[in-house]
Design a protein around this ligand. Sequence first.
Ligand SMILES: [Zn+2]
Length: 47
Amino acid sequence: MRDVDQSADSETPYECFDCGTIVLAATNPGQCDDCGGEIRNRLIPLE
Ligand SMILES: [Zn+2]
């Protein structure tokens, strides 16, 4: 599975599933800084 078209140097908003914290990052942070919850890219709809 390939990455979605994404500029290497552009940050995109990621949102924590658990607490809703928004993190701006160029790549998926993996987990929330605040609660350690799962992070998802807000620009990519879940399927
Ligand atoms: Zn969180």
